[in-house]
Design a protein around this ligand. Structure first.
Ligand SMILES: [Zn+2]
Length: 293
């Protein structure tokens, strides 16, 4: 979950907000309808969330038609981990990660926490990564809450290390502390990265991956990150149903908006950027799928 996760009112977007946006626009972005793109990957989304209950299959079909070859669906708690694994079992173009979002901790007590960590461990072989997990100082302002986030994050980090799986980090207003906690790991993805340029550079120097979400289309600060990120460590994601570049509900095909924008910033062909970001995603998550070139 990214920036707008848990924002009041956002997650419960009414159909009125959703339908006109999606119906009016061609999948893949009428803003730049010039050339089709193929083989792209949405490196982080939540297609199991209730916002897709009415039209999940339609959204998946639209993504596939638009040129999205693969999607990574991330769990944030017990039920979304299960549903992510179910989606990846059902569709060969979806892979799952299983995690424990810092934003779910307030409602979780110790027995459920143990259950969650056990669920992650027991299902790791069906997942391509561990996460999202991390630190969220934007939503949690008090010292005790932040200490608990760090304690739980430490346990997830230990799991990712012992399972030898990539760790998917959720960090908000806490990118540097999160980075400081994972420096002994080799395989790390900063999902929906929104931190400083200097922390990003430090993460890149360590060989970690930076995943930029579709809010890059609306944020000058994120566009500066896009200009400076190393292409060989860049991934693109929607964080659907959040962070839509078009307002309303986000969906995987809208990752093409980011690809078109970032390719313009970097002075390259959108198809080339789609290929590079897909290669990066396949490499870190070790994805081999019949849906991918
Ligand atoms: Zn997410």
């Amino acid at each position: 979950m990214g920036l707008l996760a848990f924002s009041p009112g956002f997650a419960t977007g009414t159909p009125k907000e959703i339908k006109p946006t999606r119906r009016k626009l061609q999948p893949g972005g009428i803003q730049s309808p010039d050339k089709p793109i193929s083989g792209a990957i949405d490196a982080h989304c939540h297609l199991d969330f209730k916002q897709f209950n009415k039209d999940r299959q339609e959204i998946l079909d639209s993504a596939r038609r638009s040129g999205i070859a693969h999607m990574i669906n991330s769990g944030v708690d017990l039920s979304t981990n299960s549903r992510s694994l179910e989606l990846s079992a059902k569709y060969d173009f979806i892979s799952a990660t299983v995690g424990l979002s810092p934003n779910t901790l307030e409602s979780i007590r110790e027995p459920e926490l143990d259950m969650l960590l056990r669920q992650i461990e027991e299902n790791a072989d069906r997942a391509v990564g561990i996460g999202e997990a991390g630190l969220d100082y934007y939503h949690c302002k008090d010292a005790a809450g932040r200490r608990r986030q760090a304690e739980v994050f430490r346990r997830v980090i230990d799991l990712a290390r012992s399972l030898d799986k990539p760790l998917v980090i959720h960090s908000r207003d806490a990118e540097q502390p999160a980075l400081d906690m994972v420096k002994h790991l080799d395989k790390v993805v900063f999902h929906c990265y929104s931190g400083s340029l200097s922390t990003m550079k430090e993460a890149l120097d360590r060989g970690y991956y930076i995943s930029l979400a579709t809010n890059v289309c609306r944020s000058g600060r994120h566009q500066i990150l896009a200009r400076n990120v190393s292409l060989e460590r860049l991934m693109v994601e929607t964080d659907s149903p959040f962070l839509s570049p078009r307002g309303g509900r986000n969906e995987p095909s809208f990752v093409l908006d980011s690809i078109r924008l970032i390719s313009r910033i970097r002075g390259m062909e959108p198809q080339e950027l789609a290929r590079i970001t897909a290669e990066n995603t396949k490499r870190i998550y070790n994805i081999r799928s019949s849906t991918l070139p």
